[in-house]
Design a protein around this ligand. Sequence first.
Ligand SMILES: Nc1ncnc2c1ncn2[C@@H]1O[C@H](COP(=O)(O)OP(=O)(O)OP(=O)(O)O)[C@@H](O)[C@H]1O
Ligand SMILES: [Mg+2]
Length: 286
Amino acid sequence: MQSIESLQDKAAVLVEALPYIQRFAGEVFVVKYGGHAMTDPEARRGFARDVTLMRAVGINVIVVHGGGPQIQAALSRMGIESQFKGGMRITDDDTMQVARMVLVGQVNPDIVSLINQAGGRAVGLSGADGQMLRARRMTLDGEDLGRVGEITRVDDNELRLLTRGGFIPVIAPVAVDHEGEPLNVNADLAAAAIAQHTMARKLILMTDVAGVRGPDGEVVQSVNGGIVRDWIDTGVVAGGMIPKLACALDALEGGVHKVHVLDGRLRHALLLELFTDRGVGTEVIG
Ligand SMILES: Nc1ncnc2c1ncn2[C@@H]1O[C@H](COP(=O)(O)OP(=O)(O)OP(=O)(O)O)[C@@H](O)[C@H]1O
Ligand SMILES: [Mg+2]
């Protein structure tokens, strides 16, 4: 049997969470769940429970997911190679088909099932549904990236209806262009655009590293926008961390209070960051 002291320790954990719960209830939090963070089954179940708990205490949680490794695996099986520029996948028509199949047909329903198993009520959507995410083809340093989109408009009506009803929207980062054709959007950018339009309090980016590493290779707890810009320019951050931090800056300028980069492989990373006095990962502030 558990001693009364150990039960009191558990009660203390709940009490520590109280001021955070009071502050966050009714607010919108956008959680981007990176494809790289989804590997460990136990951490995935933990993520689903964390999101369900956030919803249960009144936070309007919106999940946006990635799927880089899952898309990569499918492309490799089909013998299609891709190249990256600035952390983004150059996407021809075949690659777009595969990306959509994997994101909308596999990763999205997997996350919906996980959250439903944890007792939450998740609804899977892609950004194309109801034309929630509109985008135009983007270029990077003058180079065409193919069917890669940058978001031009977010229609958050559907999201509001769902969150108001206590549902947890789970969004695949596929947008539509002006012709109604699909565009692949980096999930970090999609999450940041959604965070800005829903006036989210927080944008949480869950990935596969302990946080953002600075010039000395150590993970930093807190970093401000000016320094982040410098790290992008000088190559301190590279690969998939570039769109993450670039969109963190946009989100902060767009009114989001705080952006967190968390290790999705760490069990209950979300709860530790949000509801305890000791944060984990890196926070990016304005
Ligand atoms: N300074 C840095 N600090 C931390 N990570 C960095 C840094 N520079 C580059 N990275 C890389 O960025 C990667 C995270 O971005 P990546 O796009 O690979 O994953 P993700 O966005 O979580 O997943 P997905 O793209 O599937 O949604 C890390 O695994 C790391 O290798
Ligand atoms: Mg990425």
